[in-house]
Write a protein that binds this ligand. Sequence first.
Ligand SMILES: *Cc1c(COP(=O)(O)O)cnc(C)c1O
Length: 487
Amino acid sequence: MEKNSLNGITFYSGEQIPVELHKVRVVQKLFLNPIDERLAAIYRAGFNTFQLNTLDVFLDMLTDSGTNAMSDNQISSMLKADDAYAGSQSFYRMEAAINEVFGKKYVLPAHQGRAAENIISQAFIKKGDVIPMNYHFTTTKAHMELNGGTIFEIYTEEAIKIKSNVPFKGNIDIKKLEDLIAKYGAEKIPFIRMEASTNLIGGQPFSIANMREVRKIADKHGIIMVLDASLIGENAYFVKKREAEFKNSEIKDILLTMCDLADVVYFSSRKVSSTRGGGICTNREDLFMKMRDLVILYEGFLTYGGMSVREIEAMAVGLMETTDETVISQSPSFIEFAVNELDKKGIPVVTPSGALGCHVDAIGFLPHVPQKEYPAGALAAALFIISGCRGMERGTISSVRLENGEDLLADVELLRLAFPRRVFTLSQTKFLIDRLIWLYQNRELVGGLKFVEEPAVLRFFLGRLAPTSNWPEKLVAKFKQDFGESL
Ligand SMILES: *Cc1c(COP(=O)(O)O)cnc(C)c1O
């Protein structure tokens, strides 16, 4: 396993600290409100962190989506955007960036990642099809099922273990892939999907060795491969750090190697290029032609695809910056710092550390809260109350209610604390760690949650919950006693 990442800088003292290789030039004021105000805010939000107003939030670690910091070059590129419905120079600059970074010739713009998933699903999936993948993403699964497909997650056993030292928990289990093809037949499989830095299992990468094996099987059966490249930069960084063959490779070559193994590459620019927007690319004209007209129908003309030209300019620059190791390593190295510090204190976190965020295991943290009282949701609310840090529940609240009225209990109950690229400082990270340590020491004070308003679809976004007892007030009382003040 790798050592801590230092972005190439070693401290004389031997201390392991991820150093920021950027400086801050535009800032946004934050508010750390008194704990009584935070308590009132979480009641107003129905104990759902999606419902919080950012004026009540100190560190917003809900997601990396659309929240990464833009570079000076990205912001300045927006000024030269070419306003044109058709044939805009901005589009051609983005197309050139995609040609160079992903190595694909044909480019289709889409307004965000899920729009690309809509196009791909409509173009290739028929009713009754099955789609193998390392793990689903919420919007991916929804679009594939809408088009009559069924997804199969063929991850390795290690993937959903909390504690692990397997470097590539995002790999596809090759035996399961072969069994699936034998069972359903290649003609029922429109494509195999691989997701870079697999989001919902803790931002865990796949290896290029695994991707090559999947490709071999795909070729044997004449099945195409689709790569979800939303978190591809971080996956490339982990390949460099964890896969011996690539330890001396340039990030740009690792990116090209991964993309070359896929027939179709799509991405959310909200993640990969620190902007908004998304897109699809391929070197196969036949596949491009199957998707092209759908882009016009759902997204807009082929040279803007639902995006503003300013966004497209910033995307082009952001994609090029994905090949810069100091850019893509910042979030993973801060996550690694947080994961190591929490792990040292015995706080249960997903290991090895991955991309996107630090994932706290709520079942291990709150073993006394039954899964049907939503431990990950309760932990998210408790952390917000005692710190103002907003994370996201990724557990049973994010799951669904079955026809028999019971919850479909999630595989894992995680509190995800996202580290958007180059947004938070190390002292803010240390603040988060310190509050988590206090919360862990006082974990028996945290109780469960129950739904009071439950939407039928994607309930985690708009659902409202309430505590099962007056545990939030008890937690606040203990906090005031220990900290002697209300911040
Ligand atoms: C965010 C994300 C998407 C969806 O992208 P949006 O731009 O939010 O629509 C798809 N796949 C993965 C892996 C993602 O992280």
